[in-house]
Ligand binder design. Structure first.
Ligand code: KIV
Ligand code: ZN
Length: 500
């Protein structure tokens, strides 16, 4: 019998903490439904005390999700634990996750508290949380930089007051595989009541070791792993769910004794959804879900793959729900072909939305000869972005060249009214953005701008991704079109829509 590794997904909490990744409650709920479908055991839905928006999202998700446990984060403070409980209490299964820093550096600079005080707070707050909820997870924050004996003491204290899961965070992504598994085995060997709790791990990717550390921890005895879709999270992110799960599945020779409840066929869809909603582009070379993860360029590789797929593919793309198509759509393709292709790509669209996408598809097919899967994905994503609109692009006209100052005229719909403004700029994109700023009456700062070709060929669509700062908030946005200035305008508007 294989042993189960509990998958604790923190895309909606640590993942959403990534700068620029913020999601609305509605978007978080959409992700939560997809995580449930993916089969994660626990969904960490947010940090309820952090803001009314977070509280609201956790309560909505708690009421809707039935098959995964819903978890809320709390510091070891009475008001945090109360907020978490109140947000979670309608859930079918819920968990409160409390955390308290234990490393010397945090004790000295963050808390100015002695070790004994930390142990007594851990005990008091675990007990308080346990009085509200049976399922308590305790995290000694910055565990990997904590003195080992002190770590064992805190862990024992939390278990003695009813913590059922002890999560060991590598908060700053400092550890490496051998060291991390020795911390886990150290806990098993030195904490007297460890048999009453499950050991979990939460790894950050600052040194690119989050997945390696998580796998190593499993070999050391951990039975729960925190991860996020596409590895998003604070700074360099968290252990990526898809990489961890597929490593376990692919390396049966090492991890054959373990299983997860993840339906791997939902991985690709989950990745697309999170990328689409956060605006975080998945790098083409990203393991498992990157655009190039299953593409073979070298002739020798292509030739060998045709003879035997496993010569250069250690995983079957179908296992992550990636159904490659030989079929390329064009302007003569009908609704049926489009609808069936969209279904294979994992989109569930009702008739009305298929109709909208079909119209956009026809416009696109008029501009470019062949419409590939990536074009279709971009079309559906563009259509979804257009749905959340306070601000909507109507048209854009740009006069530019090497010897003139670029001038853009942008027509937009803002709160139901159509406005047209013109502006010059340092370049054509800057001119478009300045014209939009005139509509909203305020300047948004462009932090990053990125242009990618969605498919190959001169007629390929461009995908623009931007990150902007508006007041003290940041947001990312995406826009696609065969015209890169139109794509740039849409991306800026998409980001602004998230803020205003
Ligand atoms: O990285 C960290 O330590 C955390 C804790 C809240 C578990 O995110
Ligand atoms: Zn974290």
């Amino acid at each position: 019998m294989s042993e189960k590794i509990i998958i604790f997904d923190t895309t909606l909490r640590d993942g959403e903490q990534a700068p620029g990744a913020s999601l609305t409650s509605e978007q978080k709920t959409e992700v939560a439904y997809q995580l449930e479908k993916l089969g994660v055991d626990v969904i960490e839905a947010g940090f309820p005390v952090a803001s009314p928006d977070d509280f609201n999202a956790v309560s909505i998700i708690s009421r809707r999700i039935k098959n995964s446990a819903v978890c809320g984060l709390a510091r070891c403070l009475g008001r945090d634990i109360d907020a978490a409980y109140n947000a979670l209490k309608k859930a079918k299964h819920f968990r409160i996750h409390i955390f308290l820093a234990t490393s010397k550096i945090h004790l000295k600079y963050k808390f100015k508290k002695a070790e004994d005080e930390i142990v007594s707070i851990a005990k008091r707050m675990t007990k308080m949380a346990r009085n509200l909820c049976d399922d308590i997870e305790f995290s000694p924050e910055d565990a990997t930089r904590t003195d080992r004996d002190f770590l064992f003491r805190v862990v024992e204290a939390a278990i003695s007051k009813g913590a059922r899961t002890i999560n060991i965070p590598d908060t700053v992504g400092y550890s490496y595989p051998q060291e991390f598994s020795s911390i886990i085995t150290g806990i098993f060997n030195n904490v007297s009541n460890i048999n009453k709790a499950v050991i979990s791990v939460h790894c950050h990717n600052d040194l690119g070791l989050a997945v390696a550390n998580s796998l190593s921890a499993v070999l050391g005895g951990a039975r729960q792993v925190h991860c996020t879709i596409n590895g998003i999270g604070e700074r360099a992110g968290n252990a990526s769910l898809e990489e961890f799960v597929m490593a376990l599945k692919t390396r049966k020779d090492v991890f054959g004794g373990f299983r997860t409840s993840i339906n791997t066929k939902e991985i690709y869809r989950s990745s697309r959804l999170v990328s689409k909603l956060t605006g975080f582009v998945v790098p083409p070379n990203k393991a498992i879900v990157g655009r190039n993860a299953f593409r073979h360029e070298a002739g020798i590789h292509q030739d060998a793959i045709l003879k035997k797929r496993t010569t250069y593919e250690i995983m079957d793309p179908k296992d992550i729900g990636l159904i490659k198509s030989e079929l390329v759509l064009g302007k003569h393709s009908g609704r049926h072909a489009l609808a069936s292709r969209l279904k294979n790509l994992g989109f569930k669209l009702d008739k009305k939305r298929v109709e909208v996408v079909f119209k956009r598809f026809k416009d696109l097919a008029d501009k470019k000869k062949e419409v590939f899967d990536d074009d279709l994905i971009a079309l559906v994503e563009e259509e979804t972005r257009q749905k959340r609109k306070v601000l909507e692009m109507v048209s854009v006209k740009v006069v530019t060249g090497t010897e003139i100052i670029p001038n853009a005229t942008v027509k937009v719909k803002y709160k139901g009214k159509v406005y047209e403004f013109s502006s010059t700029g340092d370049g054509p994109v800057d001119a478009c953005y300045r014209a939009i700023d005139k509509v909203i009456g305020r300047h948004a700062k462009l932090l990053t701008y990125k242009l990618d070709a969605i498919t190959r060929g001169k007629d390929a669509q461009g995908m623009v991704s931007v990150e902007i700062k508006y007041g003290n908030r940041t947001a990312s946005g995406k826009g696609s079109s065969t015209d890169i200035l139109e794509a740039s305008t849409k991306a800026y508007i998409d980001a602004l829509n998230k803020i205003i």
